[in-house]
Design a protein around this ligand. Structure first.
Ligand code: DGY
Length: 322
């Protein structure tokens, strides 16, 4: 029996992929650090039955409508704003993502980013490496407390709840804003539901964990940053396009907010010339929220398991709908 042809848009470790070759005829883009070029992606999509994609690929109408054999796209991320799910549904192409397996890892990074930003950890490390540490002084690299402060979580999904759990452990007061109320989070973490505007006005740390949709695009704009407290921090670990980066930059240089911790950017990779990167109050990371070896391996295997299930006619493990 011929195996379904699957194209993986990035080189993944053989120890993960090889066991799946029993069920799938797998071809991989040969490079780990460089995304597949658009033309090659179009060609491979056209000759494949299944795709395993990364968030670097635009799985748009062109790809989906020109690929007559394609019946599934397994996106190796919890976010799937890079996939045109509506068109996929219209063309009867299944889409899957990788929720749950990355929840705790991403929450660790998000809370770590909050701490690094508030306590100037990256700046402090650089201070020593630059040989600037000559003396102890009372206010040397003095940061901002985390315990006893208010965190405002925008997007109380699985990762939001896992961040709320950490915040509670750190003695923080938890506010959240979400499309719907989360009674469980309210009970378990003492989280209080607020309007978006109230959250912005009251939180010491505004943490964005909402998926990118038409409604959330640029929801953190000039008005949002102006509502925040002058000594509050903005943390983003969801998608860069939820933020108007120009407005964020303005808010930081005009001291409307105290700083930002960013794991995601509107354009990735962000240019090293981007004005935001010149601000000492900004801690930036290259989209590593779920990047531990353990979790990335789980995400790879979940995507491949979805592909196998699909071609064996079994229910998908983590399907996505529009
Ligand atoms: C996701 O899964 O959506 C993250 O942004 C990348 O791991």
């Amino acid at each position: 029996m011929t195996k379904p042809k699957v194209f993986i848009t990035r080189r993944l470790p053989d120890e993960v992929v090889n066991p799946y070759r029993e069920h799938l005829d797998i071809e991989m883009w040969p490079r780990e650090e460089e995304p597949v070029g658009r033309q090659v992606f179009i060609e491979r999509a056209q000759s494949s039955h299944g795709l395993m994609t990364m968030l670097t690929e635009d799985v748009d109408e062109q790809i989906l409508s020109q690929s007559n054999n394609l019946s599934i796209v397994a996106n190796m991320a919890v976010g799937y704003d890079n996939v045109d799910v509506k068109t996929a549904e219209r063309l009867n192409i299944a889409v899957t993502n990788t929720p749950d397996v990355l929840t705790e890892t991403t929450a660790d990074l998000t809370f770590g980013l909050l701490m690094a930003t508030a306590r100037k950890m990256i700046e402090a490390s650089q201070y020593i490496k630059d040989n600037k540490w000559e003396n102890w002084s009372p206010l040397m690299l003095a940061g901002t407390d985390i315990h006893g402060k208010t965190i405002g979580i925008v997007g109380m999904g699985r990762i939001g709840e896992a961040v709320a759990k950490r915040a509670k452990g750190f003695g923080m007061n938890v506010l959240y804003y979400n499309r719907s109320r989360k009674p469980e989070a309210e009970e378990t973490f003492g989280a209080s539901y607020t309007d978006f505007e109230v959250l912005l006005e009251q939180a010491d740390y505004v943490v964005c964990l909402t998926p990118l949709t038409d409604e959330t695009k640029h929801m953190f704009n000039k008005d949002a940053f102006h509502r925040m407290k002058k000594d509050a921090f903005f943390i983003n670990a969801s998608r860069g396009a939820t933020v108007d980066e120009e407005a964020l930059y303005e808010a930081i240089i005009k001291k409307k907010i105290a700083g930002a911790g960013l794991d995601v950017f509107e354009q990735e990779p962000i240019s090293s010339e981007h004005p935001l990167l010149s601000c000492p109050e900004v801690v930036c990371l290259p989209h590593i929220g779920s990047s531990t070896k353990e979790t990335r391996y789980k995400m790879m295997r979940l995507s491949l398991d979805n592909l196998v299930h699909h071609f064996q006619g079994k229910p998908l493990i983590t399907p996505v709908t529009s």
